[in-house]
Design a binder for this molecule. Structure first.
Ligand code: HEC
Ligand code: HEC
Length: 316
């Protein structure tokens, strides 16, 4: 079985990730998993990737709006979910990272995340008999380099595929939706799917959904990377898979409940907001019951076989 088949899901678009440059193997996946859950990667050995990316919440954090790193240092953004990353063509809320295989440098070096240096991490890994032997098995060289370290981590993160929610089962004709879920699906297709597009429920694009700028961070989103004025306040359109469990919501975690998000789109969104996407300029007219229907549909995107898959959990 080639690695690409391993992630090829019928009816889904082809993954963006180039598996030829980093063929996924079982040993590589297990090595990446070990690294992902290893707090020794942080400067004071307290924070692993999993501290901010917890499996049972779709690999994001839940207890605070923005991420917390070593020594309780606060970041400026909500940690995104790690779901179906093989289909993403850019990463971070502003798309500031364009390849998964370089992404992990950011949290390792970020002062408010792991605050370490790549050379420290490599020294630690290359001092460990277990890691040396694992790197030899996977990459044919017992000495880890920054490139093999990054690719090992990607072998794990790119394997975090969620494709077995109730929605997927419904699409495959295995289960039925309740009438409420069916009504919610219709509303979703009308108002949300143009951006949060099935089957991945994201877009590899940036948009403003009209949120007023957060006064704590003054985060201008995509503009910070592109420096193009019209990109102000645009953020990557995130996936809604497992959304029931990935609160708080938005780049700054400003909403704690799905109900608040739906209410925002239905009632609070300022249709005159600067940079607002054309797609959101017409009012949605969603009654309380419509909003409930929509939420019922969003909950069909929960995939317990993903959130509780032991294969993705803490290694034994
Ligand atoms: C202190 C919290 C924290 C830690 C530790 C952390 N991350 Fe993250 N992660 C974040 C935040 C916050 C972002 C979003 C950054 C942004 O948008 O600027 C992010 C983004 C990502 C993304 C991009 C996802 C996407 O769809 O855009 C990946 C992949 C990722 N992290 C993997 C990792 C890995 C691998 C590690 C360990 C080496 C790690 N993270 C450690 C908080 C953290
Ligand atoms: C114009 C494109 C667009 C449309 C249409 C749209 N959204 Fe969004 N959505 C976004 C963007 C962009 C974000 C991220 C904004 C941010 O973080 O500042 C987002 C974020 C979200 C989030 C938070 C995700 C997370 O992980 O934090 C939810 C939930 C959501 N949208 C639900 C909906 C629903 C429900 C609808 C339909 C009523 C909808 N969206 C319509 C673009 C859109």
């Amino acid at each position: 079985m080639s690695s690409e088949q391993h992630l090829q899901i019928s009816e889904w678009p082809k993954p963006v990730y180039n598996f030829e440059q980093n063929p996924i193997t079982e040993d590589g996946f297990q090595l990446g998993r070990k690294l992902f859950y290893d707090p020794m990667l942080s400067r004071d050995n307290t924070i692993s990737c999993a501290n901010c990316h917890l499996q049972f919440t779709g690999f994001t954090h839940v207890d605070h709006a923005v991420s917390h790193g070593i020594e309780g240092r606060k970041g400026t953004r909500n940690s995104p979910v790690l779901i179906n990353l093989a289909w993403n063509s850019s990463f971070h809320w502003d798309g500031g990272v364009n390849h998964l295989d370089v992404q992990a440098i950011n949290p390792i070096q970020h002062p408010a995340e792991m605050d370490n240096s790549l050379s420290n991490v490599l020294e630690y890994v290359n001092d460990s008999k277990e890691y040396r032997s694992a790197f030899f098995t996977v990459f044919g060289d017992s000495i880890a380099t920054s490139s093999s370290l990054m690719r090992a981590i990607s072998q794990f993160t790119v394997s975090l595929v969620s494709s077995n929610s109730k929605y997927d089962q419904y699409q495959r004709g295995e289960v039925d939706f309740s009438n409420q879920e069916k009504r919610g699906l219709k509303l979703f297709e009308k108002h949300c799917n143009s951006c949060h597009t099935a089957p991945l429920f994201n877009s590899n694009e940036y948009a403003s959904n009209g949120l007023p700028i957060d006064t704590a961070y003054n985060d201008l989103g995509r503009y910070g990377i592109s420096k193009v004025g019209s990109d102000s306040l645009k953020f990557r359109i995130p996936t809604l898979r497992n959304i029931e469990h990935t609160y708080p919501y938005m780049h700054d975690g400003r909403f704690k409940k799905l109900r608040e998000v739906v209410q925002y789109y239905a009632e609070e969104l300022d249709r005159e907001a600067p940079y607002l996407s054309e797609k959101l300029k017409t009012e949605m007219k969603l009654s309380d019951n419509h909003q409930k229907d929509l939420i019922a549909f969003l909950c069909t995107l929960t995939d317990r076989s993903f959130l509780y898959n032991r294969r993705f959990g803490f290694p034994n």
